[in-house]
Design a binder for this molecule. Structure first.
Ligand SMILES: Cc1cc2nc3c(=O)[nH]c(=O)nc-3n(C[C@H](O)[C@H](O)[C@H](O)COP(=O)(O)OP(=O)(O)OC[C@H]3O[C@@H](n4cnc5c(N)ncnc54)[C@H](O)[C@@H]3O)c2cc1C
Ligand SMILES: *[C@@H]1O[C@H](CO)[C@@H](O)[C@H](O)[C@H]1NC(C)=O
Ligand SMILES: *[C@@H]1O[C@H](CO)[C@@H](O)[C@H](O)[C@H]1NC(C)=O
Ligand SMILES: *[C@@H]1O[C@H](CO)[C@@H](O)[C@H](O)[C@H]1NC(C)=O
Ligand SMILES: *[C@@H]1O[C@H](CO)[C@@H](O)[C@H](O)[C@H]1NC(C)=O
Length: 590
């Protein structure tokens, strides 16, 4: 999936062409971030304009009396990011923090690439756009642990609040879906032939086609995506762009790195320290009268807390960082891991989802007013299944595995197209951690992924491949010429030793993570020693400071985590409003 160097530059030329075809507006027409000044004061300072930060900036600035500042380390969201078909091409560019994991057994002992969005929209600008909420029982579990108000019944209204569902068959279910939120959600208009083939095959092996975000999660569905009119809906496009001109109380500033949270002797946060990304000699302080909200994502939120003296004292003391509060910041790292070695070879007569062979035709098809063809979708096949392995309790609707497919077009004449079978254990037991070994805010935190360190995760993972074998035997797949290749089928031993050749395969390397990292600023009740924030997302022991992003998840949810992160921000904004006595504000709508 990593583009080659020549591929990238060709793509960049094409992308700028597409950009001009899509839209005549330039980012500066939409937004002109004014400079901030040392000593400025706002009611709220939000650190990070990603999935969560953009939602918070919108919701908090609904209160006209509040001044809100959103500080983002990256830049504007470029128009290329809007094109679903270009999704992987932003990886490794200025839109990506391009982190790497600390080498371990996975990735053949080499550092695994970890893609993280940088710029307005954050990871929602470079993700695969799948809209899933996880399972109801995930949230009930959060609540059972003492996180009052986070059970499914209480979070569902926040999923619906964001949502503008576009597909008639889904949106009619108003118990589960919203139709007037900021975030548009709907299926891609274009589906490659393999989507139909997999749909038939899943039906043949007894799976029901469901709305996995509705009453029942188990089964399969053609996924809904965060998109509108075949354009990506990052949280920047969805939550910020519509309000820019009507919220004079909201200021957004890009290319500014927050390097420290300012905390006074009474353990109250009162502002942030910042440095300009493009001129690191320039920086200053911004004061927050009401709160500082950290939404810097699962890697940078714990880094920023630790740099500010909030974290494990074993980490802070050796670096001579004064300990403001000893908390388990950076621990509890969870993710969905996958292995890409098992694939179907696609018969020649079936067209791939994403064909790079006639890219010019694809671009012309994509351009307004047509908006069709492969560029309207990502190379991720749109069929997603939630299933029970033999280790889970299939009498309840709480699947322990997810399956998705990557459609790869052959690059050379001798190669064949591939449909890669990607299995994922939904609730892994393995835990990694994020830590720092320097006080330099510009150096990377250390990311210990630690995937498959628990034997149960390996067992479940391997069991999921039985579904691939079942699919291979269906009339739908077999009789149309799809052949399953299990040469690289991993064994338990491969996981323990890292010896399987696929673990070194550069094309597949990054697929060990499907980039749902979360949990590093765990939410929990006061008696939970491992909790970093309380159920109101306030950092324990530090006043006027919250963390609101994917890092607060105590347990990873059973699905993709962008929509859940947006839900966390919607609920977080409401908690903040209630705390400051603004619960019944008339909400200004764009
Ligand atoms: C490649 C990829 C594919 C994915 N696919 C899907 C998918 O299909 N569906 C799905 O549901 N989920 C997907 N995810 C996961 C999902 O997108 C993320 O979990 C989610 O966007 C995280 O939101 P966040 O608000 O926690 O962090 P982010 O969106 O990452 O936002 C953090 C923001 O803070 C900024 N920042 C960091 N440090 C600082 C600082 N010191 N000062 C100022 N700003 C700072 C960052 O630049 C960034 O903009 C994917 C993720 C990736 C990376
Ligand atoms: C710290 O900040 C809080 C809130 O702004 C304030 O009430 C308190 O007096 C401050 N304490 C010190 C020691 O400055
Ligand atoms: C499976 O779930 C059902 C319903 O909650 C429960 O009654 C049963 O005991 C569970 N079975 C196992 C093996 O845990
Ligand atoms: C921190 O760890 C990284 C990765 O192991 C290493 O390259 C770097 O030298 C370390 N830095 C310090 C200051 O120890
Ligand atoms: C399976 O794929 C591998 C790697 O691409 C290839 O070497 C092998 O020949 C394939 N096996 C079959 C039966 O096609």
């Amino acid at each position: 999936m990593e583009p080659t160097c020549t591929g990238l530059s060709q793509m960049q030329v094409l992308m700028s062409l597409v950009t001009s075809l899509i839209n005549a507006q330039t980012p500066s027409d939409l937004r002109s971030p004014s400079k901030i000044h040392d000593g400025d004061r706002y009611d709220f300072v939000i650190v990070g304009g990603g999935s969560a930060g953009c939602v918070l900036a919108n919701r908090l600035s609904e209160v006209p009396q509040w001044s809100v500042l959103l500080l983002e380390a990256g830049g504007e969201e470029p128009f290329e990011a809007d094109v679903p078909g270009f999704f992987t091409y932003s990886w490794g560019t200025r839109m990506d923090w391009s982190y790497e994991g600390v080498p371990g057994v996975i990735c053949g002992g080499l550092p695994c690439p970890i893609v993280r969005g940088k710029g307005l929209g954050g990871s929602s600008s470079i993700n695969a756009m799948l809209y899933f909420r996880g399972n109801k029982l995930d949230y009930d579990h959060w609540a059972q642990m003492g996180n009052e108000g986070w059970d499914f019944e209480h979070v569902l209204p926040y999923f619906k609040k964001s949502e503008h569902n576009l597909d008639p068959d889904v949106r009619k279910d108003t118990e589960y879906h919203g139709v007037d939120g900021y975030l548009s959600v709907g299926r891609f208009t274009f589906q490659g032939e393999t989507v139909g083939r997999l749909t038939e095959a899943f039906k043949e092996i007894g799976y029901t086609e469901v709305d996995s975000n509705g009453k029942h999660q188990s089964g399969f569905m053609i996924a809904q995506m965060t998109q509108r009119n075949s354009l990506r809906q990052s949280t920047n496009r969805a939550f910020l762009e519509p309000i820019l001109k009507r919220r004079p109380n909201l200021k957004i500033v890009t290319n500014v790195r927050v390097t420290k949270i300012l905390i006074n002797e009474s353990n109250m946060a009162y502002g942030v320290q910042y440095i300009l990304e493009k001129n690191r000699h320039v920086g200053g302080k911004i004061f927050a009268s009401r709160e500082v909200i950290v939404s810097a994502g699962v890697v940078n939120s714990p880094q920023l807390l630790m740099l500010s003296g909030i974290g494990p004292k074993e980490v802070l003391q050796p670096l001579s960082i004064p300990v403001m509060k000893d908390l388990k910041v950076g621990e509890n790292l969870q993710d969905h891991a996958s292995t890409p070695g098992v694939f179907f070879t696609r018969p020649k007569h079936e067209k791939p989802q994403f064909s790079g062979t006639s890219i010019l035709m694809d671009i012309l098809n994509y351009a307004e007013p047509k908006r069709h063809g492969p560029l309207t979708s990502t190379e991720l096949n749109q069929v997603v299944a939630y299933t029970n392995t033999k280790y889970s309790n299939s009498s309840i609707d709480y699947p322990d595995a997810m399956i998705f497919f990557l459609d790869l077009a052959a690059k050379t004449q001798s190669e064949t197209d591939k449909v890669v079978f990607l299995p994922t254990v939904l609730r892994p037991k393995s835990r990694g951690k994020i830590t720092i070994n320097t006080t330099d805010p510009f150096s990377s935190p250390l990311i210990h992924q630690n995937y498959f360190s628990e034997p149960d995760d390996i067992k479940i993972h391997i069991d999921i491949f039985n579904v691939a074998k079942q699919l291979a035997e269906t009339y739908a797949m077999k009789n149309t010429g799809y052949v399953l290749n299990t040469t690289f089928l991993p064994t338990e031993n491969d996981f323990k030793t890292g010896k399987n050749p696929l673990w070194r395969h550069p094309e597949f390397l990054s697929q060990f993570s499907i980039f749902h990292l979360c949990g590093t600023c765990k939410m929990g009740p006061d008696d939970d020693e491992t909790a970093v924030v309380d159920p109101s997302l306030r950092v324990r022991g530090i006043g006027k400071l919250r963390v609101v992003d994917a890092s607060i998840m105590p347990y990873i949810v059973s699905g993709n985590i962008n929509a859940p992160t947006i839900m966390v921000a919607e609920k977080g904004a409401d908690l903040i409003k209630r705390y400051w006595g603004r619960a019944h504000d008339e909400i200004e709508r764009a």
